[in-house]
Ligand binder design. Structure first.
Ligand SMILES: *Cc1c(COP(=O)(O)O)cnc(C)c1O
Length: 466
C-alpha cells in the first residue's frame, strides 16, 4: 500500500468510524448472532491474490457488524463500559502509524519519556500520593490491563518477600499466601495461578454485609493464622470499586496490617480510580499513601480506548528485581548509564506499543475540566436511576452506589431478576449484566459510554419497569 493509497483508504476508514459513531443507536446493543454464524459467512481459505480494500470495508459492514456487541452504544450498561473517544482513537492510530517498539528507552526515547510524563500528569489529575511519581523511587507505567498490573505487582511482592530468591528458585507450594476480599476480581486468582503459587495460596477476606467492603479484622486473623503455620504473607489486594458491586475496601487499615506483616499492598481501582479527577471523589484515594502499588484503567472510564491500564509503584526496586533480565542483544549505553527507564522491565512482554500517545491525546483534548465533567455526568445519571429504583416497590437497591454503578434486583426473587435481564437484553434496546450479592442475584447498571445521555437512562428504566 503506497502512501497515496494509504491516504485514500485512511480517509475512508475515518469516515467509516465517524459514520459508525453517528449511527450507533441504530444497532441492537447486544449482538444477535448465534455461535458459528460469523465464521460460516467467511471464506474457508485465505485469498491467494491481494484484494481491494473496498471489499474488506464492505465485508466489515455485512459480515462483521452483525457480530459486534456495541460497547460504545449509549445504552451499553454491562460489565464496566470500555469507553473510547475521538482523541484516543486518533492517538492510537498515530501510535500504529509510527509503529515503534518502546521496549527500551534507546528503541524510541520519546515513547518512554512521554509515558513517564503522562503517568505523572495522571497522578496529578487524580491527586495520587507523591510516592507514585517518577521523580523519586517510584513511578508509573502503562500495562495492558488491570490483570497484568495485579500479576506484576504479585511478582514484585514475591521478589521482596523472598529477598530476591523467587526469580531463581521459583515458589515452593504452600510457602507464600495472598489475601483479597471475596468481592475481588478474578484477576487476582489468575495472577496466583500464573505466578505458580496456585489458587490454594489465595485467602478470601470476609466482607461486611452492609457495605460489602472487606473486613480488616478478618484480614488480620488470616495473616496471623498463616504466620503461625510458617507461611509468609506476601501480597494483599484491596479493591477500590469491586467489579460486582463497586464496594470499596478500607485501604488505610489494610495498609497498616500489610505493613506490619511485611506484605505488599496492591490497590486495584480498575474502574473507580479515575473518578478521582473530580475532587469530590478523592475519598477514593484514602489510605493510598500506604500502598505499594496502585492500578486504575483509563480504558474503562476515562475516554481512552482499550488497552490502557495505569499502574504505579511506590518503589520500583522490587518490580525491576522481579522482571529485569539483560541479555546481550539488549545491551546499550543508555541502559548501562542507569539514567533512563527501560519499560521492558516493568511488564510481562518485551515489546511495547506507544500507548502513551492516546492517553496524551485524551488529556490534552479534554483537559482536567473535560475529564471531570465526563465523570460527573455519569455519576449524576446513576444517582437519578438509583432514585427511580428506590421509588419502585417491586425493586430494591443492593449496594451503596456513590459512583456510576447501580446494583439492584427484583424483590420477587432471583429467577424473576434474571428473567428480567434476559428480556431487556433480548430486546436489543439496552444491555446489562448480573452479579451475586450475599448469595442472591443482582443486576448491574454501569454507566460509562461518552454518548450516554439522560434520555438513555430514562429509556432503560422504562424498559426495566415495563
Ligand atoms: C475490570 C476489572 C479488572 C480487570 O480489568 P482488565 O483491565 O480487563 O484486566 C480488575 N479489577 C477490577 C476491580 C475490575 O473492575
Amino acid at each position: 500500500m503506497t502512501p497515496e493509497e494509504f491516504r485514500r483508504y485512511g480517509h475512508e476508514v475515518i469516515d467509516w468510524i465517524a459514520d459508525y459513531q453517528e449511527r450507533l443507536e441504530s444497532f441492537p446493543v447486544l449482538s444477535q448472532v448465534a455461535p458459528g454464524d460469523v465464521r460460516a459467512a467467511l471464506p474457508p481459505d485465505p485469498p491467494e491474490r491481494g484484494e481491494p480494500f473496498e471489499e474488506l470495508l464492505s465485508d466489515l459492514d455485512e459480515l462483521i457488524l452483525p457480530g459486534i456487541t456495541h460497547w460504545q452504544h449509549p445504552a451499553f450498561f454491562a460489565y464496566f463500559p470500555a469507553n473510547a473517544s475521538g482523541p484516543a482513537i486518533l492517538g492510537d492510530l498515530l501510535a500504529s502509524g509510527l509503529g515503534v517498539q518502546g521496549m527500551l528507552w534507546a528503541t524510541s526515547p520519546a515513547a518512554t519519556e512521554l509515558e513517564t510524563h503522562v503517568l505523572d500528569w495522571l497522578a496529578t489529575l487524580l491527586d495520587l500520593p507523591a510516592r507514585f511519581r517518577s521523580d523519586g523511587p517510584g513511578g508509573g507505567v502503562i500495562q495492558h490491563t488491570a490483570s497484568d498490573a495485579a500479576l506484576v505487582a504479585l511478582l514484585a511482592a514475591l521478589h521482596r518477600a523472598s529477598g530476591g530468591r523467587t526469580e531463581h528458585e521459583g515458589v515452593a507450594a504452600g510457602r507464600y499466601a495472598v489475601y483479597t476480599s471475596g468481592q475481588t476480581h478474578s484477576s487476582v486468582e489468575k495472577a496466583c495461578r500464573i505466578a505458580g503459587l496456585g489458587a490454594d495460596a489465595l485467602r478470601k477476606v470476609d466482607v461486611d454485609p452492609q457495605t460489602l467492603a472487606a473486613r480488616p479484622e478478618h484480614l488480620r486473623a488470616l495473616i496471623d493464622a498463616d504466620r503461625a503455620a510458617g507461611i509468609v504473607p506476601a501480597f494483599v489486594v484491596a479493591s477500590v470499586g469491586a467489579t460486582g458491586t463497586g464496594a470499596v475496601d478500607p485501604v488505610r487499615e489494610f495498609a497498616a496490617i500489610a505493613r506490619a506483616a511485611g506484605a505488599w499492598l496492591h490497590v486495584d481501582a480498575a474502574w473507580a480510580g479515575v473518578a478521582a479527577v473530580a475532587p469530590e471523589f478523592r475519598w477514593l484515594n484514602d489510605g493510598l499513601e500506604g500502598a505499594d502499588s496502585y492500578a486504575t484503567n483509563p480504558h474503562k472510564w476515562l475516554l481512552t480506548n482499550f488497552d490502557c491500564d495505569a499502574f504505579w509503584v511506590a518503589d520500583r526496586t522490587a518490580l525491576l528485581g522481579a522482571l529485569s533480565i539483560l541479555p546481550e542483544f539488549l545491551r546499550n549505553a543508555a541502559t548501562e548509564s542507569g539514567t533512563v527507564i527501560d519499560y521492558r522491565d516493568w511488564h510481562v512482554p518485551l515489546g511495547r506499543r506507544f500507548r502513551a500517545l492516546k492517553l496524551w491525546a485524551v488529556i490534552r483534548w479534554y483537559g482536567a475540566e473535560g475529564l471531570r465533567a465526563h465523570i460527573r455526568q455519569h455519576v449524576a445519571l446513576a444517582q437519578e436511576f438509583a432514585a427511580w429504583v428506590a421509588g419502585d416497590d417491586r425493586f430494591e437497591l443492593v449496594a451503596p452506589h456513590p459512583l456510576s454503578l447501580v446494583t439492584f434486583r427484583l424483590r420477587a426473587g432471583d429467577d424473576e431478576t434474571l428473567g428480567l435481564m434476559h428480556r431487556v437484553n433480548a430486546s436489543g434496546e439496552l444491555y446489562l449484566t448480573h452479579t451475586q450479592v450475599g448469595g442472591r442475584t443482582a443486576l448491574r447498571l454501569a454507566i460509562g459510554s461518552p454518548w450516554t445521555q439522560r434520555r438513555h437512562i430514562e429509556a432503560a428504566w422504562q424498559a426495566l419497569s415495563r
